[in-house]
Design a protein around this ligand. Sequence first.
Ligand code: G6Q
Length: 561
Amino acid sequence: MKEVSAGMTPQTETSPVLLTNRKSWKALEEHYQGIRGVHLRQLFADDPQRGERMTVEAANLFLDYSKNRITDETVKLLIELAEESGVRSRIDAMFRGDKINDTEKRAVLHVALRAPQGASILVDGENVVPQVHAVLEKMTGFCGRVRRGEWKGHTGKPIRNVINIGIGGSDLGPVMAYEALKHYSERSMNFRFVSNVDATDLSEAICDLEPSETLFIISSKTFTTLETMANAHSARSWLLKGLGGDEKSVARHFVAVSTNAAEVARFGIDTENMFGFWDWVGGRYSMDSAIGLSTMLAIGPDHFQSMLHGFHQMDEHFRTTPFDRNMPVLMGLLAVWYTDFFGAETAAVLPYEQYLKRFPAYLQQLTMESNGKHVTLDGKEVTYPTGPIYWGEPGTNGQHSFYQLIHQGTRLIPCDFIAFDEPLNPLGQHHEILLANVFAQAEALAIGKTAERVKAEGSPDWLVPHRVFEGNRPSNTLLAQKLTPETLGKLVALYEHSVFTQGAVWQINSFDQWGVELGKVLAKNIVPELASEAEAELNHDSSTNNLIRRYRKRKETAKLS
Ligand code: G6Q
């Protein structure tokens, strides 16, 4: 066995075996040759029970995975791959609080954020669960005061507007959760989310608001992120201007969510009004930490607790269920199957629920920042594709735009359809029409329409090829009873753990994000080169130098005219 480098978390005895050399991988390669030409039409015809058999339930979520290009043998081999890859011991290591984020030497414990009171999860010998609940209690008290109108702004008015300023993991979760759970939100208050350093974002968010009734939540784990700090400072100036310049007003209109108390204080926010979290919560895994303060303000502490309970139920399912009935493991393994054997480059997530309109964007960060990696845990270049590109839009809208390519294009795009038994806004037959479309799309993708049928329906010969649906395009159908805070928690945890499974098989670190660093550093260097009065000495490549010079020239001309 290869020696494990200092500080590296050993996984299993077998983990250093290169993925593509594993016995199960070789078996899957051979198996793929047999299955690649088999049509889903055939698989359904051969086994009338397939649609009932290839389903799994977890915490009241129902997954139909029968429309995948798999047989029982595929599932068996994929599970062997998971076992051989040490997925089980990796799961145990995460839940135990081991520092599995090796490059940052951190534990990965978003599961502790939803652990019930009384549970014990140790990081460096300390149980972190009581700290989690202490922050939740502080958030609950604060949200209660704001929602009841007891928290007064500087001029004595209650808060009516809440603006979360944050970016990446400190924005996508809050905005997705707010949109997803709008049905449960306090409608007498406005909630807005500012992330982009493009001033349009902040300007549009505040243009019709009264500073005296506005609360800013500055959400930043590090409290040093360029975009967030620029927006926070501009929001502060807007507030001070609106409230007569009294610096004391900042304390009544700004709170912070961060791990960096020193920077929070330096900004002028009373650290009493800071809600903490910990370095073992990754940004994209933080929507259920204090980063969810805006969510709790919008939906109230009880609904927030239900959401946490939903997360926890899926955590327990993931932690304890054998792989052949483990929903996140099965979904993760299917993603590996299509990415590495079928060469699928992307995966579509298609929620048939308007409130989930930001869910695909949220998942893009969760999946792509986690598994967009090109080296293994021990720093070796991978020899197989990792994280696919995730994208999507709510149905039925997508059907009238990009579904054409999924049905008849040249690429294989596995789809996740997400739908709910009960609508949140029942209206006439709308819900049945919506659900009929989900089922019809998955059916059309899998079964397709043969040339014979097209002909039999009376198409002239020249039109037949255009109207043929090849089919054999895989999908999952994920059903839940109703979109509630609890369901949302389960759904997010399901994808978190599916991502985890994929990363564990690929032997990559799903919890760092060095790829976002370089651009950040370069941008910091370029800001003064764009802004300085004196001509800056430029040492970039000739393209970047030219773009900077061009901008500076345009700026000069605009000043003169
Ligand atoms: C997420 C990433 C990243 C991060 C943002 C914001 O996993 O680390 O998206 O959330 O860069 O960082 P701060 O919260 O530190 O401002």
